[in-house]
Design a binder for this molecule. Structure first.
Ligand code: ACO
Ligand code: OAA
Length: 368
């Protein structure tokens, strides 16, 4: 039997110039730039870098910002389909459905030229905050506030979801998380997007599949699960007992561990610092105490470190997002990476179709 690479662990499936995850130096580069340096920049600029391969000129950035501001309103056709969904539908299901609708109505859906793919990626980028905002607000009986053209992407996103103008620390924390979440090489959702693209399918189909892959708690769904764990534990004093019980029951602790990083996730220190700033400004040092307590218990018990979802979950709670809206926010950021990979896959395509080793019953025949 040929060698099996369960979960494709350790398999190098293709090359990519979008980002480099290096477990040895514990670093993450977007198009060559360390993500920690990019975390001080606006998310719109980082999106252009990931799509275009180079930082935009001031003029290019302003042109993109204008198009983004013009595309913020919730499409009526999306609203009508979402209104048919039960209020109990998970916001990730709302987002997945919305992306699918946006694909069905996009006049360039079948145009796979790079110019058309970029235009579609830009439109999705601009449209998703209103979709995420609507997913949260409709359940509270609230409509969307009108988009704020005087605010950048990150601040307008928070305004759209919460209906409150964010202060500087909230905008900075949120923007940092968007930059850190934007791209991470061949993770499961990006790979799903590349698989779909490899069949010569369209960008919205690839993104819809990626949303489905991101939803699971072993991937993006972990940021939602982290805050649920914080609520279950309650306070720093409860961390040791909670962990002992869960490890004894062989349950995975959400927000810890990573398939690629072996010495901790390179993005965590930057997001942890942002969380510290936000929690301190909000007088919620209890959240920081619980964060530290669970982290050190996990290190002591299993020698496993947090991944990006661990600081992002509590930060999103403190920013006023409903817990099940955390992963949809991840979608709005990662759509940049997904679409960059769709374009890269298309430019040098080969159908992705691995082999399997059959281990079912041997040849047999139907009874006469
Ligand atoms: C943005 C992101 O998508 S980051 C990932 C978000 N996902 C999570 O936080 C979910 C929790 N983490 C996990 O389930 C895992 O660490 C994964 C899925 C992310 C990566 O795991 P893999 O590379 O497949 O390693 P695997 O799950 O086989 O774990 C290896 C060992 O470490 C243990 N382990 C790994 N992560 C954890 C965890 N979070 N809690 C408890 N034990 C863990 C496993 O139980 C296993 O132990 P064993 O060898 O004694 O059976
Ligand atoms: O790379 C991975 O497997 C998961 C991850 O951290 C991400 O997608 O950001």
């Amino acid at each position: 039997m040929s060698e099996i690479h369960k979960g494709l662990a350790g398999v190098v499936a293709d090359t990519t110039a979008v980002s480099k995850v290096d477990p040895e130096s514990n670093s993450l580069l977007y198009r060559g730039y360390p993500v920690q340096e990019l975390a001080t920049r606006g998310f719109e600029e980082v999106a252009r870098l990931l799509w275009d391969g180079e930082l935009p000129t001031a003029e290019e950035l302003e042109g993109f910002r204008e198009r983004e501001r013009a595309g913020r309103a919730l499409d009526d056709r999306v609203r009508r389909v979402v209104d048919e969904l039960p209020l109990s539908a998970h916001p990730m299901d709302v987002v997945r459905t919305a992306v699918s609708v946006l694909g069905a109505v996009d006049e360039q859906a079948a145009d796979h030229s790079r110019a058309a793919e970029l235009a579609k990626a830009e439109r999705l980028f601009a449209a998703l905050p209103a979709v995420v905002g609507y997913a949260q607000r409709r359940r509270h009986g609230q409509d969307l506030p009108a988009p704020r053209d005087d605010l950048g992407y990150a601040a307008n996103f928070l305004w759209t979801v919460t209906g409150e103008e964010p202060d500087e620390v909230a905008t900075r924390t949120f923007e940092t998380s968007l930059v850190l979440y934007a791209e991470h090489s061949f993770n499961a959702s990006t790979f799903a997007a590349r698989v779909v693209t490899s069949t010569l399918s369209d960008l919205h189909s690839a993104v819809t599949a990626a949303v489905g892959a991101l939803k699971g708690p072993l991937h993006g769904g972990a940021n939602e699960a982290v805050w649920t764990v914080f609520q279950e534990i309650g306070s720093a004093q409860g961390a040791a007992a909670w962990l002992a019980e869960n490890l004894a029951a062989h349950r995975k602790v959400m927000g810890f561990g990573h398939r690629v990083y072996r010495h901790g996730d390179s993005r965590v220190p930057t997001m942890h610092a942002a969380l510290r700033e936000l929690a301190t400004a909000r007088g919620r040092t209890d959240v920081l105490d619980l964060y530290d307590a669970l982290e050190s218990e996990m290190l002591r018990a299993k020698d496993i470190r947090p991944n990006l979802d661990y600081p992002a979950g509590p930060a999103y709670h403190l920013l006023g997002l409903d817990t099940d809206v955390f992963t949809p926010v991840f979608v709005a950021s990662r759509v940049v990476g997904w679409s960059a990979h769709v374009m890269e896959q298309r430019a040098a395509n080969s159908l992705i179709r691995p082999l399997s080793a059959y281990d079912g019953p041997g040849l047999r025949h139907l009874p006469a």
